[in-house]
Design a protein around this ligand. Structure first.
Ligand SMILES: [Mg+2]
Length: 193
């Protein structure tokens, strides 16, 4: 079974990284669980330009990027799934310079997962062809995968809690432990490849 993973918000805790970055750059306190573009920009806390600048800084600056924290459970359960024979791959909207930082960070954490960075503003549909599973923290990224990837999951965070997830698009996953259990139960239902 081939499992596709988003990077920011599934492997790395990007809410925490954005919150720290906003404090550093703009002196504003925004809790990680509120850190979603539409929540921050629509409420006027940051302008769209400020938000984009923040993203560029936190994802594109090596020194900041390497301070990312892993999502709880990821350092144990990614290797565990690989040992059990699952083929794990990362498909991220990061561009190449940001992907390079993500690869270096993973190496420092002992994670060995192939990472493809397709760049922002591009649908993940082509890059996700052939995957059996895909998990992302952004519903917009799952929508184009409905006819491409059979099993789609939204990684739940405070910042996406306000979004209704149609059953036809995906299922919410609340933690890495929950994802691990879901994969194990899928494997019982699917033909192993
Ligand atoms: Mg993400």
């Amino acid at each position: 079974m081939i499992i596709g993973l988003d990077f920011d918000g599934v492997i790395s805790d990007c809410g925490r990284l954005k919150s720290d970055g906003a404090k550093h750059l703009y002196g504003v306190e925004i809790p990680p669980e509120r850190f979603k573009k539409e929540l921050i920009v629509d409420s006027g806390i940051l302008t769209l330009d400020e938000y984009r600048h923040l993203q560029k800084q936190i994802y594109g600056t090596r020194e900041i990027g390497l301070t990312m924290l892993p999502v709880d459970g990821v350092l144990e359960l990614v290797p565990k799934l690989q040992q059990e024979g699952y083929d794990l791959r990362i498909v991220t909207s990061r561009g190449e310079p940001e992907s390079k930082i993500a690869r270096e960070w993973m190496k420092s954490k002992g994670l060995d997962v192939h990472l493809v960075g397709i760049g922002g503003g591009v649908s993940k549909a082509d890059a996700c062809k052939g995957l059996d599973v895909y998990i992302d923290d952004d519903l917009d990224k799952l929508e184009p995968l409905v006819d491409v990837v059979p099993h789609r999951y939204l990684f739940s965070w405070g910042y996406n809690q306000h979004i209704k997830v149609p059953k036809s698009v995906g299922k919410r996953i609340k933690s890495w432990q929950h994802f691990y259990e879901e994969i194990s139960s899928l494997n019982g239902k699917c033909e192993p490849n």
